[in-house]
Design a protein around this ligand. Structure first.
Ligand SMILES: Nc1ncnc2c1ncn2[C@@H]1O[C@H](COP(=O)(O)OP(=O)(O)OP(=O)(O)O)[C@@H](O)[C@H]1O
Ligand SMILES: O=P(O)(O)OC[C@H]1O[C@](O)(CO)[C@@H](O)[C@@H]1O
Ligand SMILES: [Mg+2]
Length: 521
């Protein structure tokens, strides 16, 4: 079916027309770049194929499911701030390559739509009623993103109706909204946390979309991690199913930096910087004592990026333990032997441990609780306290003469919440500003069901499924982990996989937080 025939295949839909819940699964097969709806009513990926293996994984647009929408000239083009800009808008054919390390014969590969202002927009300024919600754990930069969405809407598009949803997803249906103006948000970027509040759990798609409809909201900005983005994709699907002209824009937030595809998430740099303070303190304490050990626990439930980058940045760390790299305590090549050796060599040492590291060791000894938080995330055992205890026990062991193995002093520092509760640093502030403005441009342009984030240094609109399908992890067979090992000189506890057997997933996980295409530079 040609694109022009889409309108006839899609049931007629009213804007904010509650009751137009037409779940007819009109299967519209279009040419390249087309959209189709699956039997379940979900939208299938919009894939455009071009020459030499070029693939665009495009994001949904209102025109995919609402026919005959009027468009308007983008007011940014008349904005005095942009009067000397060589180009105000991005070209609608601009796309961003996912992989930038290529060989001369490589296929061009996957691309995403370049984020930015478009010539035509699908909202008039006074028609827009936007809302912003923050969900999941805290992260430096949340307030900056909120501020810049509000200021972007007001200053770039002349929008006057922006509200905040109080306390995460459940706030949609259980709380009042908070009016947001540039004046209200003027100073919030200097504070940690989120002025809107956040929560885990409470995602009820139907109730949320009912509330969006009842309030007449037509742009929804959703800031949160992997769980939040999954929730956002359900909200988008329901909105599309109801045929509403409501843009759903996701802004990825995660201190753990575990969202795939994107270069890195906002707040990550700030967290790594803040972690230096704890590592420095651990180092000072350890250095001042005979056989001093400083142990620092950092966040990272499934992914050890914070621990890895904080270690690489510090150079005072002797051992970094992350969830992706299993280790063992006893015997030759084990952690205890390494600690003993390092103490004999240097008289002190610093260990950084990610909260998700060594969970299997703790589980072996304790009854697995299987506890979950309100969002269904597995609650971890406290590896920091457990490890402190184990190290102390080991060095208190006595030989046959009753003499202790070694008298050590261990100081345990747990700055986990401190590194995510701080305001974002200067570079994260700039990052958050671009991200927020790109989210606003995307929604104004009629795109929906997308996450905005940098890919190889350029902001792109990425379909939700690419963000939520897997988790980004440290690839321990990658050169970046080897760099860490060579900087700490710690043992690489596990048997390293034969590189010819590295899975495609691991290979793809090899995306940089430093903006380059590969850690294997
Ligand atoms: N699979 C899912 N489907 C729908 N909603 C979800 C899903 N997973 C999580 N959510 C909702 O998203 C919100 C945040 O989820 P979660 O607590 O897992 O944090 P997150 O967004 O992953 O952030 P982080 O883990 O980085 O703190 C919660 O309100 C939760 O109900
Ligand atoms: O905020 P909570 O519920 O204590 O959860 C802490 C978790 O949140 C994260 O900071 C992710 O946001 C993880 O690193 C950590 O395990
Ligand atoms: Mg999460």
């Amino acid at each position: 079916m040609e694109a022009s025939m889409l309108s006839s295949a899609v049931p007629s839909m009213n804007m904010h027309g509650k009751g137009t819940e037409n779940s007819t699964s009109s299967v519209s097969k279009l040419k390249n770049g087309s959209v189709s709806f699956s039997a379940a009513g979900n939208m299938e990926p919009k894939i455009v194929k071009g020459e030499d293996g070029y693939v665009l994984e495009d994001v949904p647009h209102f025109t995919d499911y609402i026919p005959n929408l009027p468009t308007f000239t983008n007011p940014l083009q008349a904005n005095s701030a942009y009067s000397i800009a060589r180009k105000v808008c991005v070209d609608c054919d601009d796309t961003i390559a996912q992989k930038i390390v290529v060989h001369k014969d490589s296929a061009r590969g996957t691309h995403f739509r370049r984020a930015g202002a478009t010539q035509q927009v699908y909202f008039e300024s006074d028609e827009v009623h936007a809302c912003i919600v923050t969900c999941g754990g805290l992260c430096p930069g949340l307030n900056t993103v909120i501020r810049e969405i509000v200021c972007g809407l007001y200053n770039m598009y002349g929008v006057k109706k922006v509200v905040g949803i109080d306390g995460g997803y459940k706030g949609f249906y259980s709380r009042n909204t908070v009016p947001l103006t540039p004046k209200v948000v003027n100073n919030i970027h200097k504070r940690g946390g989120t002025v809107l509040g956040t929560s885990r759990g409470g995602h009820d798609t139907k109730k949320i979309v009912d509330s969006i409809q009842d309030r007449g909201i037509n742009q929804v900005y959703i800031i949160g991690g992997d769980g939040t983005q999954k929730g956002a994709s359900f909200i988008f699907e329901e909105i599309r199913r109801r045929g509403l002209k409501v843009a759903v824009a996701g802004i990825p937030k995660t201190i753990d930096n575990d969202i795939p595809v994107i270069d890195k998430s906002f707040g990550f740099d700030t967290a790594v910087e803040e972690a230096q303070r704890a590592i420095n303190a651990a180092h000072v304490e350890a250095e001042s004592m005979e056989n001093g050990i400083g142990l620092v626990k950092l966040m990272g439930r499934h992914s050890g990026f914070i621990a890895m980058f904080a270690t690489l940045a510090s150079r005072d760390v002797d051992c970094c333990l992350i969830p992706e790299s299993p280790f063992y305590l006893e015997g030759p090549g084990g952690l205890f032997h390494f600690i003993e050796k390092r103490l004999k060599e240097n008289g002190h040492m610093v260990i950084v441990i990610a909260e998700g590291a060594g969970q299997e060791l703790v589980a072996e000894e304790s009854q697995a609780t299987g506890q979950q938080d309100a969002s269904g995330n597995h609650v971890l055992q406290d590896i920091g306290i457990w490890m402190s205890q184990k190290i102390k026990e080991y060095f208190s062991r006595t030989d046959e003469t009753g003499e202790k193995l070694m008298a050590v002093t261990l100081k345990y520092i747990d700055p986990t919440y401190m590194i995510r509760a701080v305001p974002s640093n200067a570079s994260d502030n700039v990052y958050c500003t671009l991200l927020a403005q790109c989210a606003v441009h995307g929604a104004m342009a009629g795109y929906t069901g997308f996450t905005v984030a940098p890919v190889n240094g350029r902001n792109a609109y990425i379909p939700f499924y690419r963000i939520t399908e897997k988790r980004n992890k440290v690839v321990i067979t990658d050169r970046m982990w080897a760099r860490l090992l060579s900087s700490t000189n710690q043992p690489s506890f596990p048997v390293v996989k034969d590189s010819s057997k590295i899975s495609k997933e691991e290979e793809e996980g090899d995306r940089r937080v430093d903006g380059s295409a590969s850690g294997s530079k």
